[in-house]
Design a protein around this ligand. Sequence first.
Ligand code: ACM
Length: 640
Amino acid sequence: MQMNKSLLAGVTLFLAVAASSLAQSQETLSIIPYPKEVTVQSGYFHLTPGTPILATSADARKSAELFNQFLLANQGFSLPITQMKPRGKAIILTEAEGAEGNESYLLEISPDQIQLTGRKAGIFYGLQTVLQLIETRDGKASVPSARIKDEPAFEYRGLMLDVSRHFFSTDQIKKMLDLMGYFKFNRMHWHLTEDQGWRLEIKKYPKLTQVSAWRDSTIIGQYYDFKPFIYDGKPHGGYYTQEEAKEIVRYAAERHITVIPEIELPGHSSAVLAAYPELGSFEVKDGKALPGTIPATNDKGQPYDNDLSTDVPGYWGVHYNIYGPTEKAFRFLEDVLTEVMEIFPSEYIHIGGDEVPKDQWITSEIAQKVIKKEKLADEHELQSFFIRRIEKFLNKNGRKLIGWDEILEGGLAPNATVMSWRGEKGGIEAAKMGHDVIMTPNSHLYFDHYQAADKSTEPLAIGGFLPLEKVYSYTPIPESLTAEEQKHVLGVQANLWTEYIPTNNKMEYFLFPRALALAEVAWKSKEEKNFTTFTHHRLPKRLAELEERNVFFRIPEADVSISRDAATGRHLVSITPFVANAEVFYTVDGHKADQTANRYAEPFLAPIPGEGQGPLTLRYTIVTPGGRSSNEFQVEIKLP
Ligand code: ACM
């Protein structure tokens, strides 16, 4: 009997250990995106400056070098990379044979060895996982023993950076690429041309960088703040030389990221037309449209200026100047795309296609002649004609066209991939037609939107409200598609438009932590995602690390919960911030909670409002280990 009892206790203990290891495997490893299969084992592999990494192929060596760069910055040492099978404790990279682009990996960590097997990208991703697993134990860089089998849910995991509304340095782009690789993104969509600025050197058309890359002035405030607009009076601009762009492509490729360039057409082209007005829809002499070839007013009844060689605009919104459907314009675009294809090996070339007001074509004799000649029904079909022609050129050169979902209007080009931004409707329609689709709906993945409902607490944004949880909740596969149609949804992308994002800090604030939520949307299936473990167990360590990497992320709201204290029956308020080792300062009397307020140490007793008094307001501020303060947040303390 005695014996049985202790046996039973043993079984219970074993179950408890198994359960806790399960909990650990499911919840406590702070890897983002969380791997597909994790089994945590006991013990740690300790990294020391003498631990060799075996890397026999050039690709594996490159990934090992990048691993070392990170280790040096974070731990103060790097590891010897060897091509000879090492004796003793080591990291062994084994590059599996097979198709390039396979992103899966198997990581087996024991106290004696780290074994990583995968193809090129798989090795890179496995090493990012190892980096995220490093924790300091007894002063040693330690990696918990585990078996991790991992692969992404989606093959396309992207971020779009608009460098046209505001120009960003190559250093800043590289910093973003480092972070994208670390969180297992594999596409950077580079929005290089806009009404407000052209950002890529094109040797055949020097005015693109002499004229189109610069604007005299930019509006201040929000678009609707001041009418007439108030301008800052400061020139803004810049561009990437072809050498710089190639360097970005190379840098991205090392991190297994493909750079997809976007050259907007036929709209969003005011900057080009400021330099080359003859590429528009009207006959031009000395930079002016010939009288009678341009309408008196636009569709809002505002007068048109026949001076087409106007400056590069410094205000936002959809602009009327668009390319004409002329041989001159096609030749220009084909020349530009030829140089673009020499810089960017990406199979996909993005040609924009969004937000093309048709009034210039409606009133242009040149455009109307093309409509008649090509037997097109209207200006939408003319846009389709325009894009089909560009697609033919790209396909002839072995490339594929991607465009925003407006390219569906007037008929989709035969091989085009659609980027669905006005919700999912365009993506669904394209997938049903058998076309590939990237989901980037403005409902869930527009990272230029506000991160708090109370806009006055946030830096100026274009509009909207996109909190972290909403990004995380996104499911890229619409249920209305059949299994076959769903296969056309290649993946997801968030877009960072930069009308209101002129600084590096602001870029980082709008990207992070939302990009970390997107990383899990892109890497994990709907069933595998869990927002609670994401915020409570993975985000804190990663955000503290982002601070160490000088990333100016937005400090997210804490989790505030109210429980009942069993002993006293009173209510306790707990505040859990999502930055590791952050401090929280709070008040419950409705007054300002800065660092003079109560410092949160443990759950505290909620004050009890008197008869007829409404709920109290908890105000709190989070201060990171690096000393950055969050916005001051407010929550009503509603006692259950
Ligand atoms: C877009 O937001 N105009 C693609």
